[in-house]
Write a protein that binds this ligand. Structure first.
Ligand code: LLP
Length: 386
């Protein structure tokens, strides 16, 4: 049985729900501060898209991180949670006018711009209110990361960013706009990346681009390298805190910076994945023709990652100490993709047992839907059970 969970207290609330271990979250955040703090020009923004639970966001905002937002809703959530507006960067291929205006009104640190069309809209909306908007250009570095196809973003075939070869004319155009200040370049190659070689490849590409821009006398203050550091889904307990040391060191070693240049990071998954579990109750054990099913009350509506990305989260029966048996763990949704895992070993299951689906703190609660008219799962932090 897991020490991490106080199973008795879980019986007081309705399942399924997300549980966040705040001690682990705080330890993770401290590690990020320590490891990034070794390099005074490194600045970490938390990618709000990974988890915007207000209690989780509030804790993150207390650890001197900025916020990386991809919608007006996320900008509002970040501000409400206490992130300073001058630490907010705002990305996205399709920013609507009200979202841009919200960013301008709040004097956010920077818009990560993905096209000339978008740049011109930001320029005119800033001009209307007599402000200057700071922008960084998102560049598509055309690098494939070793991760799931749905979460690679840095290839030429993806919709993101501006191609490297178009960069000089775009920046020259931006310089003619008096309501725009170009402050940086932005990159992001994908998510759940565990091979530091992928980040090294990005550094090399950034070095190339900076050299090319220098030939045109273009220098920027900030290099934003995006996020992407992965976590261990198969054995979370072996690495509860991701290897931030190697991650930051890779950038410190391989990125060639100009004098005074600052490096920005947008980490989501690595910050919150391991502190969160989806806690669900076992409804029925069903004997099929060839296998037995553990039918739980959480479904793909609560955690869509297995159905959408074939993600495998570690699953544990936290109520039982009996010898393990083999089960397919499935939810109640009317879709055959509503499967959390096939043929896994769990301590012998009984109706009413609590099951923990681990590493669900990132892209879990935030991606939940109410398909089948199901209520959205609630999120609780450890303090809620004291
Ligand atoms: N910056 C940009 C521009 C991004 O697009 C993303 C993630 C991040 C930062 C944060 O990446 P992270 O550090 O979390 O890897 N729902 C998927 C992941 C989608 C990631 C989208 N972009 C999943 O559950 O695996």
């Amino acid at each position: 049985m897991q020490k991490m969970f106080s199973v008795d207290k879980f019986n007081t609330v309705q399942t399924p729900f997300y549980y966040y271990d705040t001690q682990l979250l705080r330890k993770t955040l401290k590690t990020i501060q320590e490891e990034s703090g070794k390099y005074p020009n490194f600045h970490v923004h938390y990618a709000v898209k990974a988890n915007a639970n207000p209690k989780v966001l509030r804790i993150i905002s207390q650890h001197e991180l900025g916020a990386d937002c991809v919608s007006g809703g996320e900008i509002k959530a970040a501000l409400e949670a206490g992130f300073p507006s001058d630490g907010i960067v705002y990305a996205g291929v399709g920013k609507s006018d009200w979202e841009i205006k919200l960013g301008i009104e709040n004097d956010i640190q920077c818009f990560n711009v993905e096209s000339t069309a978008e740049l011109d809209v930001i320029a005119s909306l800033a001009k209307e209110v007599g402000k200057v908007a700071r922008v960084a250009f998102r560049i598509n570095p055309n690098i494939g990361a070793h991760t799931h196809a749905n979460i690679t973003t840095g290839l030429a075939e993806n919709k993101f960013g501006i191609a490297m070869q178009d960069m000089v004319p775009v920046i020259e155009h931006a310089k003619t706009l008096d309501s725009i200040k170009v402050v940086g370049l932005h990159f992001h190659i994908g998510s759940q990346i565990l091979d530091m070689g992928d980040f090294k490849a990005l550094c090399n590409r950034i070095n190339e681009l900076q050299a090319q821009l220098a030939q045109n006398n273009i220098y920027v203050d900030n290099i934003n390298v995006g996020g992407g550091l992965g976590v261990s889904y198969d054995n979370p307990d072996r690495e509860l805190i991701p290897d931030f040391k190697s991650y930051f060191k890779t950038y410190a070693t391989h990125l060639r910076l100009r004098d005074g240049q600052q490096v920005h990071f947008e980490l989501g998954r690595a910050v919150v994945a391991q502190c969160g579990s989806l806690i669900t109750r076992l409804l029925y054990v069903k004997q099929g023709t060839y296998k037995q099913f553990a039918i739980v009350d959480a479904g793909m509506t609560d955690l869509i990652r297995p159905a959408l990305y074939q993600a495998l989260h570690k699953i544990q029966n936290i109520s039982s100490n009996e010898p393990a048996e083999t089960y397919d763990v499935v939810g109640p949704i009317c879709e055959s993709s509503d499967v959390f895992a096939k043929a896994i070993d769990l301590n012998k299951c009984h109706r009413g047992d609590l099951i923990a689906i681990r590493s669900a703190g990132a892209y879990g609660e935030i991606m939940a839907s109410s398909y089948n008219c199901r209520p959205l799962p609630k999120g609780y932090i450890s303090e809620d059970f004291k």
